[in-house]
Design a protein around this ligand. Structure first.
Ligand SMILES: [Zn+2]
Length: 167
């Protein structure tokens, strides 16, 4: 199986809700996200006519743009962290906090990208993001990947088939 990866760098703030430890304090990270993609086009598995899984610039212009718009220089908070959400909303700034339905750990952010963001952005593109590695610091990362044999992933494959179709 051939895959390709695009790296996306961004800055964000967060805190962990209902947590004892340093990350209960509002703070920030310089994150690096690795977005790994494979072909989901059964008529042309592997590489396209240009010899690519997907043009790196497509990953930059879809997933990279989404991260830039929604996460870069924002505060990412759990929906249950209502006090901090209210506090951050009082700060004059360009961007509202991004609210996640779980604590904003590297694991949950990788999960959100893999299952919610990437399938929607790449629907019908003929490629599937099968792995996201979220580097919270240069020493710590979380990884989530698809079980390619599972029924949920088979449905994603069907939705993403048809390389070249526009969303
Ligand atoms: Zn942190």
């Amino acid at each position: 199986m051939q895959s390709c990866m695009r790296r996306v760098r961004f800055c964000y703030g967060h805190r962990l809700h209902n947590y004892q430890g340093k990350c209960a304090t509002l703070h920030g990270h310089n994150a690096v996200v690795e977005v790994h993609a494979i072909s989901s086009d059964r008529s042309r598995p592997g590489l396209d006519e240009h010899g690519m899984v997907i043009d790196f610039s497509v990953l930059k212009n879809t997933v990279g743009e989404w991260i830039d718009t929604h996460w870069d220089h924002t505060v990412i908070l759990s929906a249950e962290d209502t006090e901090t959400i209210a506090l951050v909303k009082q700060c004059p700034g360009e961007k509202a906090p991004f609210i996640l339905d779980a604590n904003p750990t590297a694991e949950n952010l990788a999960h959100h990208l893999l299952w919610s963001v990437c399938p929607e952005l790449l629907r019908g593109s003929g490629v599937l993001v099968h792995k996201v590695i979220f580097w919270e610091t240069e020493n710590c990362f979380a990884e989530e990947s698809l079980d390619l044999a599972s029924d949920a992933v088979k449905r994603l494959f069907e939705r993403n088939e048809g390389r070249g179709e526009k969303r």
